[in-house]
Design a protein. Structure first.
Length: 206
């Protein structure tokens, strides 16, 4: 199948009831920027996870991402998720503020010469305090401390409205747009029914 075979036609395309669709923007950074300020705010730390407990990881993932309909890691089997989290090429950090969980940062170096910013998110209590910028600076420094030629990330229309602009201001540049369709995790039970109220639920007709 060629890329043109997968391109949506111009105009509207129906999404099946019980599913959600988002517009995904892929961004990349092809050159190491000047070193960003490395200091985190007082009381804030990045604690690297080793052999993470799946229940605790999913709980933090939900706490950070439910409002934005993060679902990818919730749909995975224990075996698949454990394999990802325990890869030597994947670095997972819990962001803590005054010893309390405040977010998650995940960097994936599995592709040679590349790093994917898989996840960067804060809990609702930690947002709006400038912490995201400080953690992003840390992420950029950590990514380019390895011998990479490309640092990339994707964001989607479910995310915080300022997310795309935040990534662009951080030095990433958009290079592709995709549409992702997935069964609505609020209907499958992977997320609470009232999660992400800004995204409508279209239930299948019984």
């Amino acid at each position: 199948m060629t890329s043109s075979d997968r391109t949506l036609p111009v105009g509207y395309s129906d999404v099946a009831p019980g599913h959600v669709a988002s517009v995904v923007t892929c961004l990349e950074m092809l050159n190491e920027p000047e070193k960003k300020g490395a200091a985190l705010p007082a009381g804030v730390t990045l604690e690297k996870l080793q052999n993470p407990d799946l229940h605790a990881y999913r709980a933090l993932f939900r706490k950070v991402g439910s409002a934005w309909l993060w679902y990818s890691r919730l749909l995975m089997s224990d075996e698949k998720l454990r394999a990802i989290l325990n890869r030597e090429s994947v670095d997972i950090y819990v962001i803590k503020a005054n010893q309390q969980e405040a977010g998650i940062l995940e960097l994936d170096f599995s592709e040679p010469g590349q790093c994917e910013l898989s996840f960067l998110g804060l809990t609702p209590e930690a947002t709006g305090k400038g912490l995201g910028r400080a953690v992003m600076n840390q992420a950029i420094n950590l990514a380019w401390s390895r011998p990479i030629q490309r640092f990339w990330v994707h964001t989607c229309s479910f995310d915080h409205p300022s997310a795309l602009g935040f990534y662009i201001r951080s030095g990433f540049r958009p290079y592709a747009v995709q549409v992702e369709v997935q069964a609505d995790p609020r209907l499958t039970g992977h997320l609470p029914a009232d999660a992400a109220p800004h995204i409508p639920v279209i239930r299948p007709v019984k």
